[in-house]
Design a protein around this ligand. Structure first.
Ligand code: ADP
Length: 377
């Protein structure tokens, strides 16, 4: 038997993307029942036909299915009555007033954290190529190198120098086209400041990156997490409830085992798992023979264990490594290669699994709610 307060705790990590407040506080969760691994919810929406509805419903399902023994989630959409709408708007207004230190990340930004059980599995390589690929599709994309001590994004992108602050003392990200990059490697001035960062708790450093950076209006934010589990995932779940985790592993059983811990931790921090990427999966020769140099099965097993998709098997790249180490990410290299194709395919899949939050169709909703509210009074 799952207690209602546990269900509500999970549901309170689902945000209304327009109002920036969770659906429980907004009074959108009405009846909630749990019966034999099936949850039924009456979800009250201000305007039932709003396209945002699909997004909220799918977020609810993803979050509730994180709970053990939950197999089915049924959602009945009901229309809010006058009192409900008035209460919702007062919560939204109160929240807008009280949110003294909001993160600089728009609630509509899709946040993809990239995690791995240990270092050296290609987490930073995947993060960089994913961000670059999303940018190439025309999305404004942030790339946050949260691997505070082991930062490698500046090297992988071939950028250096120091980030400046604006008049409001917010750090201005490095910008190239629609890509915005922040990394400790672009902040620490010398060994001493680098040491100071080392003394910071990881979660505190993450807070700084989310509060004190003048991020633009991002469609996507890709976060390269430090390897392993811990503080930073907990902090992410709390600070950016829209975060989803992509787990990177290699084919060996040992790598898969440590990656399992990361995925477990994410569940406990209410972070849905977006999928698994098996990197360095195989080596493909020019005559298309595949060699599974590092063994096989790690990605499949991990995906199966958590019931999430294995989004890609990225082959080992021979030719592109040198260039990518010199600052040209594989996706931007001219030569076609199996690795480049796999990464491109991964980017496309991500935009399908986690499409950007469309706002133009729904901006009218808030106006309409306010209008109705004024008319009601
Ligand atoms: P992590 O962030 O997990 O520590 P990196 O992305 O820094 O891992 O990758 C570790 C090393 O492996 C780097 O030298 C990188 O160029 C290399 N690498 C990553 N993915 C591949 C791949 N698919 N094929 C070949 N080399 C790779």
């Amino acid at each position: 038997m799952i207690q209602n307060d546990i269900l509500l705790k999970h549901l309170s990590t689902v945000m209304d993307p327009e109002l920036g407040v969770n659906i429980v506080d907004l009074g959108m969760v009405k009846n909630l029942t749990y019966n034999d691994s099936e949850i039924t919810i009456d979800l009250a929406l201000t305007i039932a036909e709003c396209p945002m509805r699909n997004q909220i419903e799918s977020e609810i399902k993803r979050k509730l299915k994180l709970i053990e023994n939950v197999k089915e989630v049924k959602i009945n959409v009901v229309a809010m009555n006058k009192e409900d709408r008035a209460a919702l708007m007062s919560v939204a207004r109160k929240n807008a007033r009280e949110k003294a230190v909001p993160t600089q990340i728009n609630t509509r930004t899709r946040v993809i954290a990239i995690g791995s059980g240990k270092g050296g599995v290609g987490k930073s390589t995947i993060s960089t190529n994913l961000a670059v690929g999303l940018e190439k599709l025309g999305f404004t994309t942030g790339l946050l190198d949260a691997d505070i001590w082991g930062f490698s994004i500046p090297r992988l992108l071939g950028i250096e120098g120091r980030l400046e602050a604006n008049e409001e003392k917010k750090i201005i990200p490095y910008k190239k086209g629609r890509l915005e990059v922040v990394s400790t490697g672009l902040i620490a001035e010398d060994e001493d400041t680098a040491l100071m960062w080392r003394g910071l708790m990881l979660s505190k450093a993450l807070e700084q990156f989310l509060f004190d950076v003048a991020w633009g209006n991002l469609d996507y934010l890709v976060i390269d997490l430090p390897p392993g589990t811990g503080d930073i995932q907990m902090a992410l779940g709390r600070l950016l409830p829209q975060t989803e985790l992509l787990v990177i592993t290699t084919p060996q059983p040992s790598a898969q085992k440590v990656a399992t811990r990361v995925a477990d931790m994410a569940k406990r921090s209410f972070i849905p798992l977006l999928g698994v990427v098996e990197n360095m999966s195989y080596f493909e020769t020019s005559d298309k023979n595949k060699y599974q140099i590092f063994g096989k099965g790690g990605g499949d097993k991990l995906a199966e264990k958590f019931g999430i998709p294995l989004l890609s098997k990225v082959p080992i790249s021979e030719t592109s490594v040198e260039e990518s180490e010199n600052g040209i990410p594989i996706l931007l290299q001219e030569d076609e290669s199996p690795t480049k194709n796999a990464l491109q395919d991964l980017v496309t899949k991500i935009t399908k699994v986690l499409p950007p939050v469309s706002d133009e169709t729904c901006t009218g909703r808030l106006a309409k709610v306010l209008e109705e509210l004024e008319a009601d009074q």
